[in-house]
Write a protein that binds this ligand. Structure first.
Ligand code: C2O
Ligand code: CU
Ligand code: CU
Length: 495
């Protein structure tokens, strides 16, 4: 398997003699189904560290199941990383030290900063080196995401654990009185699917899983399988990140309760939106408020994932994006056990952000992007080498080719369409709004300021380019990490 030859050790444990010897014990035990307390990533508040933050990229071992140590990667730990809290207006010095035996990068997904600080494929950190960007934090409060972006290894490194949450704190947002007590009424939830064998995390293999993107049979939250958590019996904020390589979640609660969606990827919506289900594609984040004051035990669940390339047979019927998802057999992600809260529930604000309406009066340019998976011949049967036919506008990614040149400060319409399946399309260094979907109005779920959007039917995005990409280019790509690694990515510079 290509994966283990690269030196990432996921799965190595499962092939050892020890694993074989204990497999029968594992199969007859209930360990796989035992509830586990939700792990909460440590909070690393930049101001408490004088705005100087160290991240070490490490290999380690993680017991997703007790007594079964999987080989994993993490930041300052063995799997995932601390939740970074940065404050709007600050300049934060990062020191990222690569303790791996291969290159990595750390990309600040959603952070609006110049391209040479972005941590994309061009800011490689060789083994034993330290990368020291100073990040100017100037955007509104939001839930962002940091992760490896080492081209060709992004999928494997993120799967192994190189990802974490990055929160922007902002006075304006704080004045709304939303829940902000980290790990108590403000919960970070990194949702990922991973494949396990006998309790050890393994890498999915094979051409088909390369095409569809790596998926797993188990959903972990912050690295916790079968997660359970106690929450105060009041209104609680959940910061949801889909940190999967490929899987789309269609989330709802087991009792079909409604909740309020309050923030998209770029921060607060104008007003809370009452929903009963919400979809989340890889790279997407959403903040929701859930009222637990009835103190009933309830689970966050997801509908089965049907987003597979069309040629993968009858199972691959694609659900319309935004469909109502009830009636399908939900898979449990996280169980909440509310206790009697001491504080009265924070009231639900009527208004959240006040973003000006779309200004479409000065559109400098329109560009079209087609996300392609090759044809039956090209993609599936080889003939295109390792690219597997993953392209944008017919071309696979090349490090030394800048695909688009964009005027700094301009506004453009990007028209993005795709084939075969749904693809989460992400642009670095910008926020955009969805103007239309399939020639009509955007869906409710398309609302807000975003950096990632699901493209199945064509979308039109209104994109403002405010961050310079002069010293290095910015990326745009499919956030199914295997598609990205295999070439469904392009880059732009600003002029
Ligand atoms: Cu979340 Cu280019 O990445
Ligand atoms: Cu990004
Ligand atoms: Cu894709």
């Amino acid at each position: 398997m290509k994966f283990s030859r690269r030196g990432i050790l996921v799965g190595a444990a499962a092939t050892g003699v020890g694993a074989l010897a204990v497999s029968s014990i594992w199969n007859t035990s209930d360990a796989a189904a035992e509830p586990q307390p939700l792990r909460i990533p440590p909070l690393l508040d930049a101001r408490k560290h004088g705005n100087s933050v160290a991240l070490d990229v490490r290999a380690g071992q993680t017991e997703f199941y007790s007594g079964r140590a999987s080989n994993t990667l993490g930041y300052n730990g063995s799997y995932l990383g601390p939740t970074l809290r940065l404050y709007r207006g600050d300049d934060v010095e990062l020191a990222v030290t690569n303790q791996l035996r291969e290159d990595t990068t750390v990309h600040w997904h959603g952070l609006l900063i110049p391209a040479e600080l972005d941590g994309g494929p061009h800011q490689r950190i060789p083994p034993n080196a330290t990368w020291r960007p100073v990040l100017p934090v100037r955007q509104a409060g939001a839930t962002l995401f940091y992760h490896s972006h080492a081209h060709g290894q992004t999928g494997a490194q993120v799967y192994s654990g190189l990802a974490g949450l990055l929160l922007i704190a902002d006075d304006q947002e704080e004045s709304l009185g939303l829940p902000t007590e980290y790990g108590v009424d403000d919960l970070p939830l990194v949702l990922q699917d991973r494949q396990f064998e006998n309790g050890y995390m393994v890498a999915p293999g094979g051409m088909m899983s390369r095409m569809a993107g790596w998926r797993g049979d188990t959903i972990v939250v912050n690295g916790t399988p079968n997660a359970v958590t106690r929450v105060p019996g009041q209104r609680v904020r959940l910061r949801l990140l889909n940190g999967s390589n490929a899987r789309i979640f269609n989330l709802s609660f087991s009792d079909r309760r409604s909740f309020h969606w309050i923030a998209s990827e770029g921060g607060l919506l104008n007003a809370p939106v009452s929903l009963k289900s919400i979809s989340l594609a890889p790279g997407e984040r959403a903040e929701i408020l859930v009222d637990f004051s009835d103190r009933k035990v309830v689970a966050l669940q997801t509908a089965p994932d049907t987003n597979l390339p069309m040629m993968m047979g009858p199972l691959s019927r694609i659900r319309e994006f935004g469909d109502d998802l009830f009636g399908s057999n939900g898979e449990r992600i996280l169980q909440f056990e509310p206790f009697l809260g001491e504080e009265p529930s924070t009231p639900l604000p009527e208004r959240l952000a006040s973003r000006p309406p779309l200004n479409t009066s000065r559109i400098e340019r329109r560009r079209r992007f087609v996300l392609g998976m090759g044809g039956m011949g090209g993609g599936m049967m080889g003939g295109m080498g390792s690219t597997g036919g993953m392209t944008i506008n017919g071309r696979a990614f090349a490090m030394d080719r800048v695909d688009e040149r964009i005027e700094l400060g301009s506004t453009e319409i990007w028209e993005v369409s795709s084939d075969m399946m749904s693809h989460p399309f992400h642009i670095h260094g910008v926020q955009f709004e969805v103007m239309s979907r399939n020639g009509g109005k955007p869906l409710e779920r398309d609302a807000g300021s975003r950096d990632t959007v699901v493209v199945r039917e064509p979308v039109e995005l209104l994109v403002r380019f405010e961050q310079p990409a002069v010293e290095a280019p910015f990326m745009y790509h499919c956030h199914i990490l295997e598609h990205e690694d295999d070439g469904m990515m392009g880059q732009f510079a600003t002029v």
